[in-house]
Design a protein. Structure first.
Length: 225
């Protein structure tokens, strides 16, 4: 029995197996192709919600504002476009806070200072980074909305989601971090993100406590057709 389990195992690159959940969801939705927009991509493979799909031949756009991290994408994922920018409602330039733990890097000063208040994190440096609007990125790099949007930007997730024009761009699936980060077990679910997505016509398909997976209601109704 143990041998069969090992042989039948499936590799996940995501933090809590979100890529396998999305992969199963796509077997139900049957998209003609899988294209993704990975905002706050961080690393080509580690804790990645999209690398599983790249490994299977898919491609998309990875957005990583930390230049030191963005360089690894061109080497590991040459089919992807990697944008060394941030995503926010208003385009321009914004301060990017590099934390001692890079997964906590953020454009939010409030979030960075909160992380520092925990006592083990600190702001290593602040650099100016170009900012793009999510609608502009989709229009420039996709012929239509990507099938998957992965979003993890430490504090600006809801602002980005509110800036998306859902009447023009309706990704079939979203994977969004919906858990606050703390170091004293006082974390909480970011219910405002979940309620916003529901109000935009998306169903909460799965939740791993850290991340929530949403699917467009109309796309879900048409599954299997």
């Amino acid at each position: 029995m143990r041998r069969r389990l090992v042989e039948g195992a499936r590799r996940s690159y995501a933090q809590c197996g979100e890529d396998l959940i999305i992969d199963f969801l796509f077997t139900l939705l049957k998209p003609a192709q899988v294209r993704y927009l990975d905002i706050g991509a961080h690393h080509p493979t580690y804790l990645s919600n999209t690398y599983l799909f790249y490994e299977r031949g898919a491609s998309g756009v990875c957005v990583e504002p930390d230049a030191a991290l963005a360089g690894a994408f061109s080497r590991t994922r040459p089919r992807d476009i990697c944008l060394n920018v941030g995503i926010a409602p208003t385009e321009g330039v914004a301060d990017f806070f590099h934390m001692s733990t890079p997964t906590l890097n953020t454009f939010s000063r409030e979030q960075a200072e909160q992380y520092e208040s925990f006592g083990t994190q600190h702001i290593e440096r602040v650099t100016p980074v170009p900012i793009r609007n999510i609608n502009k990125v989709i229009e420039e790099y996709f012929e239509s909305a990507p099938e998957l949007v992965s979003l993890d930007v430490e504090g600006l997730d809801l602002a980005i989601l509110k800036s998306l024009d859902y009447s023009r761009h309706r990704p079939a699936v979203f994977c969004i971090e919906t858990l606050s980060f703390t170091e004293n077990q006082s974390e909480h679910k970011l219910d405002e993100i979940i309620e916003w997505m529901k109000a935009q016509g998306y169903m909460l398909y799965a939740d791993t406590y850290v991340n929530s997976v949403f699917v467009d209601n109309e796309t879900w109704k048409k599954r299997g057709n």
